[in-house]
Design a protein around this ligand. Structure first.
Ligand SMILES: CC(C)(COP(=O)(O)OP(=O)(O)OC[C@H]1O[C@@H](n2cnc3c(N)ncnc32)[C@H](O)[C@@H]1OP(=O)(O)O)[C@@H](O)C(=O)NCCC(=O)NCCS
Length: 157
């Protein structure tokens, strides 16, 4: 289902036909990538999953979130390296926050690597604030085990 179109970008609900491309991009860009079976299972759970496509149907971004205890949890987010710094990551997260608002979900939470400057700046610019720290949460990464910052954004209207 197409949710939004702007400047040629198309935001769609993630469906099984997108999973191979999402898994390939996740493999390329994530430190601990989700596998195809993990992504497929996610589609069976209550959540909000989006993909961003070019007019030629090329996958350039994705966001997967789950509804847990009345909160959205943003689990994975990615934009293909060649398409970064064009506002696509922002578009994906804003769309999630808008969905949370419309659904009356109070808070959106996520974890981010302490070293992930790009993602931290993106989240901060959208109103996320730090509410916690999980020491050594990420076992593998560019610098070995790494802390996670827990960020939250109030989605209430
Ligand atoms: C994080 C990520 C999704 C950002 O996607 P993006 O499409 O490049 O982000 P946007 O173009 O929407 O950027 C929005 C804002 O985020 C910040 N930002 C994005 N990339 C940045 C970078 N490399 N350095 C510093 N700030 C950055 C800026 O504030 C930017 O606003 P500006 O361009 O007006 O300065 C992308 O870098 C990515 O896929 N990274 C690998 C996967 C990942 O880290 N996912 C998040 C896991 S928690």
């Amino acid at each position: 289902m197409i949710l939004y179109e702007s400047c040629g970008w198309r935001l769609e609900e993630m469906a099984s036909r997108h999973l191979l491309a999402v898994a390939a991009l996740e493999q390329e860009i994530a430190h601990a990538p989700w596998s195809l079976p993990m992504l497929a299972e996610e589609l069976t759970l209550v959540g909000c999953r989006r993909v961003l496509l070019t007019p030629a149907n090329e996958l350039v971004g994705y966001a997967v979130s789950r509804l847990l205890h009345d909160e959205w949890h943003l689990l994975i987010l990615g934009v293909a390296p060649a398409f970064r710094r064009q506002g696509l990551g922002r578009m994906l997260v804003e769309a999630l926050l808008e969905t949370a608002r419309s659904a009356g979900v109070g808070e959106t939470l996520l974890e981010v690597r302490a070293s992930n400057v790009a993602a931290r700046q993106l989240y901060e610019s959208l109103g996320f604030v730090r509410i916690g720290l999980r020491r050594g949460y990420y076992r593998h990464g560019p610098f070995g085990p790494e802390d996670a910052l827990v960020l939250a954004c109030c989605s209430a209207k």
